[in-house]
Design a protein around this ligand. Sequence first.
Ligand SMILES: Cc1cc2nc3c(=O)[nH]c(=O)nc-3n(C[C@H](O)[C@H](O)[C@H](O)COP(=O)(O)OP(=O)(O)OC[C@H]3O[C@@H](n4cnc5c(N)ncnc54)[C@H](O)[C@@H]3O)c2cc1C
Length: 404
Amino acid sequence: MRSQKDPGTPAKNAEPTTVDVAIVGAGLAGTTLATLLGRDGRKVALIDPHQTHPDEFRAEKLGTGQGRLFEKLGLDSIVLPLMTPMDDIHVFRLGQLFARERRVEYGFSYGALINGLRAALPPQVPVTVAKVAEITTGPDKQRLVLNTGAIIEARLLVVATGHSEAVRRAIGVRRIEDSKGHSLSIGFDLAIPPSECGFQAVTCFSSRPEDRMAYISVFPIGGVMRANMFGYRQANEPWTKAFRKDPQKMLCEMMPEIAAQCGNFKVSGPVEIRPIDLTRTEGHRRDGVVFIGDAFCTTCPTPGVGITRVMADVDQLYSVHIPRWLETPGMAADKICAFYDDPVKVATDEDGMRVSYYARSITTGTGLEWRMRRLRNNTARQLMIIGRKIRHFGQRPAAVAKMQ
Ligand SMILES: Cc1cc2nc3c(=O)[nH]c(=O)nc-3n(C[C@H](O)[C@H](O)[C@H](O)COP(=O)(O)OP(=O)(O)OC[C@H]3O[C@@H](n4cnc5c(N)ncnc54)[C@H](O)[C@@H]3O)c2cc1C
């Protein structure tokens, strides 16, 4: 049993509200879990300091497989109307059109997604807007004192506070930085509207290793063409400062093969630059409390697996573990550890880390092994491009475009 108190916010005496599950953090993990538990009639408290989730740069594109995760949990009817679908993605590699992918993906603004999920919460599970001032966890009962004076008692505490450290620190867990400054994510709007852009959506892989950029993805969110670029730079190095100053010039130099169709990369609005660390948690195997989503570990956005990891946590916790845990008395660490040792969770987290390291090495690795791998991959791609050109030689361009 342990207790932490924010000295600036003395708690008043109040009648505690008793729930099955208290969830701290109403982001993607917390809000989806609260929705699912609330639909099943569980008593849930969901706490977040912000009434409205800020419109910050986070995940903005949902892959086909990620869409299926929401579908599996019956959340697709909430999330898909908040997103812009696309089903014709031009992929450029080695400076040339490599493929036209006809699978369905979705563009969205993170703040709008989370606020939409919050608006669709079951009526008996509102967001309690407050900060947690005091936390006591134990094998039977978890107790939260909020800065409003309200007290919440729960059988299980779920920490879903993303990157934020306050609650994690109060409970006494540590974040381990496995790869600090692992990558850089850059987001900005293009001035060209979707109706005038030469592509419905385009992904262009960098053909110049010296740029240390993996790829740019340009896609619609409502009436705006949004760009996400992922690479391996530091936030404070001259390249990044130069990009912030004149993104249009640098993009035209880096990705000339798609520049004209993207309005010559004229940018509107701010360039958002986020350094990414790969992190995991230590000291989390304890009574009464479970850490999920980015509050448990963070991976790299380049391979786009963050949402997969978050939703796997939510799915396993909701479908497998919480029902079992609530069936019997107590919430000691042995119950909680079944989640951390869940093979689906373990495999999803490990895969997220593995592809995060792989994406960086295949883009920037200078050792012989990585140079050989790049050579092998690029040779295979070049042969595919040549093979397709030979197959389509003599056909009319419109017919070729349809077949690609
Ligand atoms: C720049 C960037 C780009 C990304 N791109 C992709 C991508 O393309 N594809 C992909 O799959 N993933 C991507 N990701 C990863 C993905 O966005 C995250 O994995 C996911 O959003 C994490 O969700 P979460 O619920 O764990 O955290 P969040 O959604 O951040 O939720 C945390 C919540 O906790 C609340 N909170 C914070 N402190 C407290 C406190 N003290 N008390 C109570 N509540 C608190 C916050 O207000 C927030 O509502 C990207 C990440 C970044 C940073």
